[in-house]
Every structure is written in structure tokens, then in C-alpha cells.
Design a protein around this ligand. Sequence first.
Ligand SMILES: [Zn+2]
Length: 174
Amino acid sequence: MCQVLKLSKKEVSTIETKDAILGLRNRLNMSQDEFAEKLFVTRQAVSRWENGDTIPNTDTLKLIAKTFNISVDQLLGYPAGLCQSCGMTLEHDSDKGTEQDGSKSEEFCAFCYQRGNFTQDITMEEIIELNLQALDEWNKAAGLQLTEQEARIQLQQFLPTLKRWRAVSASENI
Ligand SMILES: [Zn+2]
């Protein structure tokens, strides 16, 4: 199957993030106002995260994790089977890449990762553009009507939370 079509399922992860934030706030038994105050953001920002209108950026995710003493991974509750490079869901074994020893990777998809290495020297920007080519499919699958610009912003916020790109931005800071 073509890579671009498979990528169109990534909307799933947006839902996971918003549920993770709502779940965390409920566990802490805090109102949106109290939660926002701790993070020095507005209540509207919290509301938008929980509605899935926006995804907190990487810095904010780190701040949430630090403030409430949990890991970013825990916060996002990464569902098993989300490619940590392109964000597509790994539903079947055939979707999964392979480790050096030939075993299935639980972290990366078959397009991104084979035999323990990334298959393409692709940048995050290129993955965003690939995704945008499938915007119509994505809108249809998710029941959304995002413009290209809105979708690009969501991807620019979402992809840096994946392991492959978090590692890149961490090494750039050194
Ligand atoms: Zn992938």
C-alpha cells in the first residue's frame, strides 16, 4: 500500500494526546483554571488541547510532564503501535519495520525502518509535505475539513513529539 495513504490514519494520535491531557487533569482532580495556572497558560489553551483543536508543543509537553512529575511518554500514553518517525499506526505485523536481528520493531513502521536503520534520510519537513499530499484522505478518514495550512500546523506540532524527531532536536541543542 502506498505510504501516503497509510499516513492518513495519524489523526488517531491527536485524539490520544487530548485524552491524555484530560485524563491527567481528571486524575489530579483539577479544574481547567487550576491546571492552566500551574502551567502559566490560559484556560482557553487547556480547553483547546482537550478539544483536540491544538496539540501542546514539545516545550509545553515537557513542562506538563515536569510540573506533574510524569514522563512525556506517560503523558502521551503512546499507544502500542504508532510509528515514532511518521506517526502512522502499526496495526499489523506487516506494518512494522525490523530490528537488526530481523525481529519486528514495535516503534517504527516498515517504510521508515528496516534491519535496525531508517530506510530514508528524510527530514521532518519532508514527512509533513508527504502527509499534506494525502490531506483529502485524512480529512475524510477523520471527518475533518482542515485546510492545508491548518493541517501543516498540526503536523508541525505533532511530529516533534515522536521519538525520532525528539532525538534530533535534543542533539541540536548540544
Ligand atoms: Zn513510519
